[in-house]
Design a protein around this ligand. Structure first.
Ligand code: HEM
Length: 510
C-alpha cells in the first residue's frame, strides 16, 4: 500500500474518531460552560497577536467577516472582545454602558503616566466623575469652547500666514507637521495660557509625540508578561522612563510658574487672555476646595492636563490631515467646498467663526472624514466590571473590549459604497457623531465618550474653512491624488504614516 493510501485509510479516520471522542467526552461538562463569542484559531503563547499585522483595524475587520461582529480574540494571554458593528457597539456603550465604563490599565501605560492621576484611564467611580466634570465644565463645555474663539482665530491666522510664506516661494507645505504644531500651540494656550515650543533641551511637542507613540505601541509585555524583559533589552523601558520623567518635571514647572504668577499678581491669574487657562482653574479649585470633600492633589492636576493634551492634540490634527488628503484626491469635492466657503466669505480677508454655521458642505466633509478615518480607530479600550450577556454570548467580568470604529464606519450593511469619500451623504442627514447613532462613533459613546467633541469640531472647522478659502491646493512634483500614500499608522491614533505635503497657491479671485 502506498503512503498516500495509508494516510487516507488509517490516519484521517483515526484523527476524526479521536476528535469526535474528545467532543463527546467533554459534552456532559459543557452544559454549564459559558457561551463565549466565536474566536479565530490562535497560536500558543501569542494567541492572535500575529494576526493584527501592520494595520490592526483592517486585520480585525477582515477577521470579523468570518467570526462575526462580536468575537473574542486572545492577545497573548489577554482575552479581548472585539465589537465590529453598530449593534454590537450599541450593546456595549448604551445598553450595558455602566458595566463597560471601566478602562483596562496596561503595564506600559502605568510606566509612561507614572504618578499622574488623570481621569481618562481612571476606574469608573467618584474620582473619575469629579475630575471629568471639572474638565468638562471649565475647559470643554460649549460655553467655554465658544470663549476660546479669539484664540482659535488668532492661531489660525498665524498658521495661514506661515502657509502664505511657503506659497510665495512655491514651496510645498508639510501639512502634517504644520497642522500638528497648530493644534499643539492652541491646546498649549488653553491649558497653560501660553505656547511651549522649544523649551530647554527638548521640545514639549517632541516629547508629547514620543509619548503618543509609546502609548499606542503594542508592547509585548502588556500581553505576555513573562516576555516583559524584552522591553529592557530593546530600550523601550528607558524610553518610558525618559518620557515620564520629562513630562513630570515639565508639568511641575508649569504649575510652579502659575503659582508664582498668581503670587505676583495678588491671587489673580497671569493668563494672557480673558479666559483662565486650565492650570489656573485647577489651582483655584485646589485653593478653594470648591467641590465638597474633594481635594485636588498636584498629581491629579498633572494627570488631567496630560489627558487634555493626549486626548486633544493628535486627534484634531488627524481629522484635518485626512480631510485635506481626501480633498486633494477628489478635485470635484475640493471645488464644491471652495465654492461654498468662498461664496459665504466673499470680500472678507479670512473666514470667521460666525460664517461657519452656513457651511453645510464643509461640515459634511469633516463628518465624512471622521467616518472613514476615525482618529482613534479602535476607540479607547473598555473593561467589563461584571459578567454580562451580549447578543446571546456570555462576557465574563474583567474582559478588555476594543470597538472597531474604523470597521463600523465602513460597514457595507450600513453604508452605501462605504469606502468612497462622498460628503453628500451627510447633507440633510440625521446622523450625528455625538454617540447617539452608532453607525459612526468616532468619539465613542456613553459615559466614557469623548468630552472634547465641541472643542475638536470648533478647531477643525475654522482651520479647514480657511485652508480652502485662502489657497488653491495641488500635489508637488506632478503627483496625482490617486498616487498618494494612504497608509495609516498603527498606533492609538490613526495618523497618516507618510506626511502630507502640498503646494498652496493664492486663487486669482474669490
Ligand atoms: C477629533 C477629535 C477627537 C476624537 C476623534 C476623540 C476621540 C475619543 C474617543 C474615541 C474617546 C474614548 C471614548 C469612549 O471610550 O467611548 C475619547 C476620550 C477622551 N477624549 Fe477625545 N477625541 C477627540 C478630541 C478630544 C479633545 C479635543 C479633547 C480635549 C481637549 C479630548 C479629550 C478626551 C478625554 C479626556 C477622554 C477620556 C474620557 C473618559 O475616559 O472619561 N478628546 N476621545
Amino acid at each position: 500500500m502506498s503512503h498516500y493510501n495509508y494516510f487516507y485509510t488509517y490516519v484521517i479516520p483515526f484523527l476524526l474518531f479521536t476528535i469526535l471522542l474528545i467532543k463527546w467526552l467533554r459534552k456532559p461538562f459543557s452544559a454549564n460552560r459559558k457561551r463565549l463569542p466565536p474566536s479565530p484559531p490562535s497560536l500558543p503563547i501569542l494567541g492572535n497577536l500575529h494576526q493584527l499585522g501592520e494595520d490592526p483595524p483592517v486585520a480585525l475587520k477582515s477577521l470579523a467577516k468570518t467570526y462575526g461582529p462580536l468575537m473574542m480574540i486572545r492577545l497573548g494571554r489577554l482575552p479581548v472582545l472585539i465589537a465590529s458593528s453598530a449593534d454590537a457597539a450599541r450593546e456595549i456603550m448604551k445598553t450595558h454602558d455602566t458595566i463597560f465604563s471601566n478602562r483596562p490599565i496596561f503595564p506600559s501605560d502605568e510606566k509612561i503616566l507614572v504618578g499622574s492621576k488623570g481621569f481618562s484611564m481612571a476606574p469608573y467611580g467618584e474620582y473619575w466623575r469629579q475630575m471629568r466634570s471639572i474638565c468638562a465644565l471649565h475647559l470643554l463645555s460649549n460655553k467655554t469652547v465658544q470663549s476660546f474663539k479669539p484664540l482659535r482665530e488668532e492661531e489660525t491666522a498665524l498658521f495661514i500666514e506661515k502657509i502664505n510664506k511657503s506659497s510665495l516661494l512655491t514651496l510645498p507645505v508639510d501639512l502634517t507637521q504644520t497642522l500638528a504644531t497648530l493644534t499643539n500651540d492652541f491646546v498649549c494656550r488653553v491649558a497653560f495660557g501660553r505656547k511651549y515650543g522649544d523649551d530647554g533641551e527638548q521640545n514639549f511637542k517632541e516629547v508629547l509625540d514620543e509619548c503618543m507613540l509609546l502609548l499606542g505601541g503594542w508592547d509585548i509585555g502588556n500581553f505576555i508578561p513573562w516576555l516583559a524583559w524584552i522591553s529592557h533589552l530593546n530600550g523601550l523601558n528607558s524610553r518610558y522612563n525618559r518620557v515620564a520623567k520629562w513630562l513630570d518635571n515639565f508639568l511641575d514647572k508649569v504649575i510652579d510658574e502659575h503659582i508664582d504668577d498668581r503670587r505676583r499678581l495678588g491671587g489673580s491669574s497671569g493668563s494672557e487672555v480673558n479666559n483662565k487657562d486650565l492650570v489656573d482653574v485647577l489651582l483655584e479649585i485646589q485653593k478653594n476646595d470648591t467641590i465638597s470633600g474633594f481635594s485636588l492633589e498636584r498629581e491629579s492636576m498633572k494627570g488631567s492636563i496630560l489627558d487634555i493634551f493626549i486626548g486633544g492634540s493628535d486627534t484634531t490634527t488627524t481629522v484635518l490631515e485626512w480631510s485635506m488628503t481626501e480633498l486633494l484626491r477628489h478635485p470635484k469635492v475640493m471645488k464644491q467646498v471652495q465654492d461654498e466657503v468662498r461664496q459665504i466669505g466673499i470680500g472678507k480677508s479670512s473666514i470667521k467663526e460666525e460664517d461657519l454655521d452656513k457651511m453645510h458642505y464643509l461640515k459634511a466633509v469633516i463628518k465624512e472624514t471622521l467616518r472613514l478615518y476615525p482618529p482613534v480607530p479602535l476607540l479607547v479600550p473598555r473593561l467589563s466590571s461584571h459578567d454580562v450577556k451580549i447578543m446571546g454570548y456570555d462576557i465574563p467580568a474583567g474582559t478588555t473590549v476594543l470597538t472597531n470604529a474604523w470597521a463600523i464606519g465602513r460597514d457595507p450593511a450600513t453604508w452605501d459604497e462605504p469606502d468612497e469619500f462622498r460628503p453628500e451623504r451627510f447633507l440633510n442627514s440625521p446622523i450625528d457623531f455625538k454617540g447617539n447613532d452608532f453607525r459612526a462613533i468616532p468619539f465613542g459613546a456613553g459615559r466614557r465618550s469623548c468630552p472634547g467633541l465641541s472643542f475638536a469640531m470648533a478647531m477643525s472647522e475654522i482651520v479647514l474653512a480657511n485652508l480652502v478659502y485662502k489657497f488653491d491646493w495641488s500635489l508637488p512634483g506632478g503627483v496625482t491624488g490617486q498616487d498618494l500614500d494612504m497608509t495609516q499608522s498603527s498606533g492609538l491614533i490613526g495618523r497618516r504614516k507618510v506626511h502630507l505635503k502640498a503646494v498652496a497657491t493664492s486663487p486669482t479671485v474669490y
